[in-house]
Design a protein around this ligand. Structure first.
Ligand code: ZN
Length: 207
């Protein structure tokens, strides 16, 4: 990891923490996951409609539970698209890439380092203890491919060029999910409670 990399993730973490998560964001994620998103401190990536696609979760959940999966995929459409790839038995070919393509291998190791540095910046800011999850990132990094959802979440939160496998999976599912195309079933304002102005506008603009 270069000094530029460190600056990039530290600034990204600070920016996301500064924005934080609104009550509305938390409500939307709760509806997406079907449970309260414990430890959610920010939205890491949004659909063009504004709905969260991935959230940033603090390293230590309330109650003192260590949580390594800092970038967590929540958008039902992207979760489903990525599940299709896993169910289709395509994991081995991604593992193969990491093992046998030197460029992908190096990029994957860097993605792991970036993940840890991003979490470390959040831990420092929030005063969270990372000792139980030291060196542990997500998705099988840095040498295996175990969960495509975690890798795609990193790609969405940190942008293209960070996680080589997450980027490839996003490309692979483009017909089913594209962060630039809203296919949200649950639109902002349609979760039953308060259909606000932004939600109504979204409904007119899409479909
Ligand atoms: Zn959307």
């Amino acid at each position: 990891m270069t000094p530029t990399d460190t600056t990039f993730v530290t600034e990204l973490a600070e920016r996301r923490l500064r924005e934080g998560a609104s009550e509305r964001d938390i409500e939307l994620v709760q509806a997406q996951l079907g449970r309260y998103p414990r430890g959610m401190v920010a939205v890491g990536a949004r659909c063009v409609c504004g709905n969260p696609l991935a959230v940033v979760t603090r390293p230590l959940l309330p109650g003192g539970i260590p949580f390594p999966t800092t970038c967590y995929l929540t958008g039902p459409e992207v979760v489903k698209a990525v599940s299709h790839v896993e169910a289709n038995g395509e994991m081995p070919q991604y593992t193969d890439l990491v093992e046998h393509d030197a460029d992908v291998h190096a990029a994957y190791e860097r993605a792991h380092e970036l993940y840890l540095a991003f979490r470390h910046a959040i831990a420092e800011r929030l005063g969270d203890d990372e000792s139980h999850i030291e060196g542990i990132s997500a998705g099988g990094m840095p040498v295996r491919v175990k969960c495509l959802h975690a890798l795609v979440a990193q790609s969405l939160v940190m942008g293209p060029g960070v996680n080589p496998i997450g980027d490839r999976v996003l490309e692979r599912v483009r017909d089913e999910f594209d962060p630039a195309v809203c296919r949200c079933a649950l639109r902002a304002g349609e979760d039953g409670s308060d259909a606000d102005a932004a939600g109504s506008k979204d409904r007119k603009d899409v479909d």
